[in-house]
Design a protein around this ligand. Structure first.
Ligand SMILES: Nc1ncnc2c1ncn2[C@@H]1O[C@H](COP(=O)(O)OP(=O)(O)O)[C@@H](O)[C@H]1O
Ligand SMILES: [Mg+2]
Length: 386
């Protein structure tokens, strides 16, 4: 069972919902109807059911920027009945400005049933600690939700406005330029016509630039959750060649930050798995070292070591940067956990990596770290997941 993802703007209007969210809520679609001014009734239903989420996220944001976690509550299904859910809701920022919320939620019907069975069980006392255990496992399941976390559709919808504005400005600029060319061709160019044109040029390029930058920013912040895992095909690939390829795309960034990367991997490991998921995990690990591990221009070392363990491969990733504080170690895989809130970090990178490893690659990941000595992530990945 997967994780629903819904994003809302600061007015509480739904701007995106993934297929899993639609399934849990029983909606046909989340999109605005054609005239864009009216919302589909399904969306209204959702808004009502998570109004409190938005409200608390909004309040929490203005007060402290905190993430809201609710372990057990109910959302209203499209057909009227209520669905037990747990959710985590976080503010999103565009630059330093609060722009809305993202909510990740899970249908916890199964978990509740398990808890009930346990409570009823006569061996309840014998099982003692297991209730806590189940709750703990459910917590982990929250991290390991399946299905595509968000789709390209969400990004497309979000960037629609700035791209649209840019296109309009660029076409206006184009037509005015043609007009000016005609004036020049007719030898009728006056000082004031030229001044007018230059003003217009300056204004439209500023509009185009700022809107394209906004679109770029949005794509960046959604890129992480746009892991469309469902669409990915299983394929056969050489692990070393693939890791080399992924790292090649990151080299300019590493070089700029004076980070040295070493890859130790046997040449002959072949995987029959999902390279896209793996590349996202590797990218997240490296980007985290870059962002969190080292101060700007502080040199450092990153290292991938791969071991062939028959049916699985073990990948050990290390950096020798600032490390993770002991009290944060168990939170790093939780959705929205970040130590750089409001500075462009979403806290979704390791959550998504964890998801991909457990549900797509069918492997495991663990972390260890000492403050000021760096981090170590150990990944165990089957060569061929079922
Ligand atoms: N290589 C690293 N060095 C130091 N801290 C790290 C490293 N990788 C992850 N972290 C910590 O784990 C947190 C969660 O990481 P992640 O889920 O990728 O979210 P984000 O990068 O958006 O903050 C980071 O905010 C940071 O505190
Ligand atoms: Mg990250």
């Amino acid at each position: 069972m997967g994780e629903g993802v819904v994003s809302m703007d600061r007015q509480g209007t739904v701007t995106f919902a993934n297929p899993e969210a639609l399934r849990i809520m029983g909606w046909r679609d989340w999109k605005l109807s054609d005239d864009e001014s009216e919302e589909a009734p399904e969306v209204l239903g959702f808004k009502a059911s998570i109004e409190s989420v938005t409200q608390s996220a909004l309040t929490a944001e203005t007060e402290s920027g905190e993430v809201v976690r609710v372990n057990e509550t109910a959302f209203k299904h499209q057909e009227g009945h209520s669905i037990p859910v747990s959710y985590v809701s976080s503010p999103i920022f565009e630059g330093s400005e609060f722009s809305g919320t993202v909510t990740l939620f899970q249908d916890i019907t199964l978990r509740k049933e398990m808890e009930k069975t346990l409570v009823r069980s006569e061996t309840m006392s014998a099982l003692g600690g297991m209730v806590a255990g189940v709750a703990g496992v459910a917590g982990v399941a929250g991290v390991a939700g399946v299905a595509g976390v968000a789709g390209v559709a969400g990004v497309a919808h979000e960037v629609n406005t700035p791209i649209g504005v840019s296109v309009t400005s660029a076409s206006y600029l184009e037509s005015q330029t043609k007009g000016l060319m005609q004036i020049v061709a007719d030898n009728k160019l006056s000082r004031s016509a030229l001044d007018n044109y230059l003003d217009l040029c300056k204004e439209s390029t500023a509009i185009i630039l700022s809107n394209l930058q906004r679109a770029e920013q949005m794509i960046k912040s959604f890129k992480q959750i746009a892991a469309d895992q469902a669409s990915e095909q299983k394929s056969r690939f050489n692990l070393k060649a693939y890791i080399d390829d992924v790292i090649r795309t990151l080299r300019p960034e590493l070089k700029k930050n004076q980070l040295h990367i070493e890859i130790v991997c046997p040449d002959d490991i072949e995987l029959e798995s999902y390279p896209g998921a793996l590349s996202q995990v590797i990218t997240n690990l490296i980007m985290n070292s870059l962002v969190h591990g080292f101060s700007q221009n502080g040199a450092g070392n990153l290292r991938f070591e791969v071991m062939d363990e028959d049916k699985i491969v073990r990948i050990i990733y290390r950096d020798d940067g600032k490390g993770i504080a002991q009290e944060h170690l168990e939170d790093v895989f939780a959705p929205f956990f970040t130590t750089r809130r409001g500075k462009g970090s979403s806290g979704l990178g390791l959550h998504i990596s964890h998801n991909l490893i457990y549900t797509v690659l069918k492997g495991t990941i663990s972390v260890s770290s000492k403050l000021n000595e760096g981090v170590q992530f150990v990944l165990n990945i089957p060569k061929s997941p079922e």
